[in-house]
Design a protein around this ligand. Sequence first.
Ligand SMILES: [Fe+2]
Length: 165
Amino acid sequence: MRGRRDLDRRELRELVTSIAADPDTWRPLVCHGVPERHFEQLWRDDHVDVWVITWMNGNDTGFHDHDVSRGAVAVVEGEIIEERLVVGGPPLQLRHRAGEAFDFDASHVHRMLQDSDAPAVSIHAYSPPLWRMGTYATGPDGTLRRESISYAEELRPVEGAAAVH
Ligand SMILES: [Fe+2]
C-alpha cells in the first residue's frame, strides 16, 4: 500500500476490493456485540488511510463530507444504506450489499446507515488520508449549515439534520 502519491478513485476502489477479498486482513478488526458503530484503522500513511467499520441496526452517520479526501467503500458483510442529498427533493437512496463497492470524489456528501438485524462490515479507504470532515444540519431558519470536525470524532446524526430530507 505504500505509495508516493495520492490514489485516485479507481485505485481506491481496487484497494478496498482487494482488502475485502482477503478476510484475514480485516476480520480481526470486526467488532460484533456493541450497539455503536465501531471503526478500526487498518492502515494510515501519507497518502491513504483504511478503516474497518462494523455496523449494527440503527447506526447512522448523518450527512457528512470528507473535506478534501476522495474515497471508496467495499461492503464485506450485510448491507448498508447510502443516502445522497438532493436539493429540493428526497435523498437518493442506494443499498450496498456484501460483495459490492462504490467510490466517490471529494465533493461527495452522503449519509450511511444500517437498518437490518444482521450486522454489516465495510472497508473504507480515503486519499489523501482523512483529516477533517464536514457534518450537516439545518439551523432554526431551515438553512443548511456545515460544521468542520476532526476525523477522530465520531460521525453521528446532528440535531435538525432530519429536516434536510
Ligand atoms: Fe462517508
